[in-house]
Write a protein that binds this ligand. Structure first.
Ligand code: GSF
Length: 209
C-alpha cells in the first residue's frame, strides 16, 4: 500500500485544485496524496492553509519533508516530474511554451470567474460594481473564443496540461455560471469538452452538485 507522503489542501469546488487531482488520477499518483478538504474564502481564510501558504489560497501541496508547494501551476509541474509516464507538461522546446500559455489562458478564465464569484457571492449587494463584473465576463468570452479556434485547428487533440486546464475551466463555468450557455456560441469546444469529460479523472472530480 503506497504511503500517503503528500497532503493536498483542496476543496471539491476549487477548479485550480481539480486540475491537480485530475493530473494525480491520470499519472497514477492519487494513492500517494492525502486530500485535506478546507472551506475558505478571502474573507474567511483557513488557518491550516495560511500556516503553509501566506496567500491563504488552495491548492497547496505539503511534501513529506514539510515543504509546501503552491500555486497550482507549480504543483502540477512538480507532480508531472514524479511519475514515469509521458510528461503532461512538455519538458522543453516551443511546444512547452505553447502548451503552458494555452493552460494559462484557461487559468485566466478561472481567475475572472472566481473574481465574479467573490464579487457576487461575498460582497454586499450595494458594493457590486457592474462595470467590473462585465469586464471580467468579457475576458471569459474572449478566452472562450480563442479556445474555440484552438479546438477548430486541432490544438486540443493531445491530452496534456492545456487540456486538463481547459476542461477544468469549462467545468467551473458550468458549475458557477450554468446560465452562461457557452456551448451555443462555441460548438467545437463543446464537442471537445463532451469527449474529455468522459475520462475517469474528470468523472471522479466533478464539482459538487
Ligand atoms: C489560484 C488559486 C485560487 O484562486 C492557483 O492555484 O493557480 N493562482 C492560484 N484558489 C481559490 C479557491 S478556488 O480555486 O476557487 C482560493 O484559494 N481562494 C481563497 C482566497 O483567499 O483567495
Amino acid at each position: 500500500m503506497p504511503c500517503k507522503d503528500m497532503t493536498l489542501f483542496y476543496s471539491p469546488a476549487s477548479p485550480f485544485a481539480r486540475k491537480v487531482i485530475v493530473l494525480l488520477h491520470e499519472t497514477g499518483q492519487l494513492a500517494n496524496v492525502e486530500l485535506f478538504d478546507v472551506q475558505l474564502s478571502p474573507v474567511s481564510p483557513s488557518g491550516d492553509v495560511i500556516a503553509r501558504n501566506p496567500s491563504g489560497k488552495i491548492p497547496a501541496l505539503e511534501l513529506a519533508n514539510g515543504d509546501t508547494l503552491h500555486d497550482s501551476r507549480v504543483i502540477l509541474d512538480y507532480l508531472d516530474h514524479q511519475h514515469s509516464g509521458e510528461p503532461l507538461i512538455p519538458r522543453n522546446g516551443a511546444r512547452r511554451w505553447q502548451r503552458l500559455t494555452l493552460a494559462s489562458l484557461a487559468d485566466a478564465i478561472l481567475d475572472a470567474a472566481i473574481l465574479i464569484r467573490y464579487e457576487t457571492f461575498l460582497r454586499p449587494q450595494e458594493l457590486h460594481w457592474p462595470t467590473w463584473l462585465d469586464a471580467q465576463q468579457e475576458k471569459i468570452e474572449r478566452a472562450l473564443s480563442e479556445l474555440e479556434t484552438q479546438a477548430d485547428t486541432g490544438q486540443l487533440q493531445r491530452f496534456d496540461i492545456a487540456s486538463i486546464s481547459i476542461a477544468c475551466a469549462l467545468g467551473y463555468l458550468d458549475f458557477r455560471q450554468p446560465q452562461l450557455g457557452w456551448r451555443e456560441r462555441f460548438a467545437r469546444l463543446a464537442s471537445w469538452y463532451e469527449d474529455i469529460s468522459k475520462r475517469e479523472s474528470m468523472l471522479s472530480t466533478q464539482p459538487p452538485t
